[in-house]
Design a protein around this ligand. Structure first.
Ligand SMILES: Nc1ncnc2c1ncn2[C@@H]1O[C@H](COP(=O)(O)OP(=O)(O)O)[C@@H](O)[C@H]1O
Ligand SMILES: [Mg+2]
Length: 250
């Protein structure tokens, strides 16, 4: 089943004293439940803008975009917020944890907007989720007392605590060393699979891009499907990407 369907989607911004800027043009994309999608592209090519559209933080300027078979332009802003809160989890390069709040409080935050059991049992659900990411013994730790890898695990727990069907990760390993990044991605893959969610990851790392079943590339706002094994960011990374693709289990 298609979670996302984009057809001829553009995103343009009006600038002061300059012609409008086209950030995305003619984007066609389908994402189904369970898909693993990677997006690569140079800085400024429109990756974060696309991710924000997919996650209902922003709406297309023109074109068709369906979320769960419903046109997103038909959502009221309240409905957009509700669907995003329930169905979408975001993970960012800089973790974006609330400082001065414990790991548990951070993970509980999305449940404050839930209803029923998810709201009333938010503390128990959040501590279980922290257990699933291997931080069951760090519930009361403050973010500044955790390593980068641990902070990203807290952020993963927070993004997954409401059981989203779509997880959007914007360079999730960009602030981590290679080894920590790989283990964070293993965890993200595992919990996404467990919860049956689609995972869309923006990355500069060919090894992480190679994990996907759908490889996308953005070039100045134009999206193309890259052939498998060609997930490199630029020509200089081509050899590394090919090595990774050749060595990776299919
Ligand atoms: N709200 C905005 N107003 C003006 N320019 C923007 C806005 N959002 C993004 N841009 C520009 O659009 C381009 C793509 O941005 P972005 O999606 O953040 O790229 P990426 O994530 O690939 O680095 C950049 O040149 C950026 O400066
Ligand atoms: Mg970006």
């Amino acid at each position: 089943m298609n979670l996302l369907h984009l057809e001829g989607v553009t995103r343009t911004v009006q600038l002061v004293d300059a012609p409008p800027l086209t950030i995305l043009s003619g984007v066609d994309l389908e994402v189904a439940v369970g898909d693993r999608v990677s997006i690569v592209g140079r800085s400024g090519s429109g990756k974060s803008t696309l991710l924000n559209l997919l996650g209902l933080l922003d709406t297309p300027t023109t074109g068709l975009m369906l979320f769960d078979d419903r046109p997103v332009q038909s959502f009221s802003s309240g409905e957009r917020d509700r669907v995003r809160g329930r169905d979408v989890g975001f993970i960012f390069q800089q973790f974006n944890l609330l400082q001065g709040r414990t790991a548990l409080e951070n993970v509980m935050t999305p449940l404050l907007y839930a209803t029923g059991r998810a709201f009333w049992q938010r503390s128990r659900i959040a501590s279980e989720m922290l257990g699933r990411v291997g931080l069951g013994n760090r519930l009361t730790a403050m973010p500044d007392k955790l390593s980068g890898g641990e902070q990203q695990r807290v952020a993963i727990a927070r993004s997954l605590v409401r059981g989203p069907r779509l997880i959007l990760a914007d360079e999730p390993t960009g602030a981590l060393d290679l080894e920590t990044g790989a283990s964070v991605m293993d965890l993200l893959d595992a919990v996404a699979t467990e919860s049956g969610a689609a995972l869309v990851t923006i990355t500069h790392d060919p090894a992480i891009a190679a994990r996907a079943n759908l490889h996308l590339r953005l070039d100045r706002g134009v999206l193309t499907v890259a052939p498998t094994g060609a997930a490199e960011v630029d020509a200089s990374a081509a050899d590394a990407a090919q090595a990774v693709a050749a060595g990776a289990p299919s």
